[in-house]
Design a protein around this ligand. Structure first.
Ligand SMILES: [Cu+2]
Length: 126
């Protein structure tokens, strides 16, 4: 038991400082100007950059405007249920590791699937 005391205290300290961070992310298609190609439809997560502090409980409300999508963060081993057009699904996890992690679509949503990416940044508290 005594061996685990420092670990328990660290976990308590992290938990005490942690906050619930709720982020709404829209999965959709947007018209963007791409050099040499005029206006094109691209798929994406909006926002596609998420920044939280280590220890935060991250609650993602994933909404689809069209197409069926899912959001995954492979390094965190989290993945939402598929979300159908007009619907919202929620996933949550504790950001226990610092770093930059790839966010990606986990549903085969068509030709724009590979453009549906983002980044989760988990910073230390200080
Ligand atoms: Cu997809």
């Amino acid at each position: 038991m005594r061996r685990w005391l420092p670990v328990l205290l660290l976990l308590l300290a992290i938990t005490a400082a942690a906050e619930d961070v709720t982020i709404r992310i829209d999965a959709n298609l947007r018209k963007r100007v791409i050099a040499g190609h005029g206006r094109r439809l691209v798929g994406g997560f909006h926002p596609n950059w998420i920044e939280v502090r280590r220890g935060d409980r991250v609650i993602i409300e994933l909404h689809s405007e069209e197409g069926t999508h899912a959001l995954a963060i492979p390094d965190y081993q989290v993945k939402s249920s598929p979300v159908a057009p007009g619907e919202t699904v929620t996933l949550s996890f504790v950001a226990y590791r610092t770093g930059e992690f790839r966010v990606e679509c986990a549903a085969e949503c068509g030709g724009l699937h590979r453009t549906m990416t983002g980044t989760l940044v988990v910073r230390d508290d200080d």
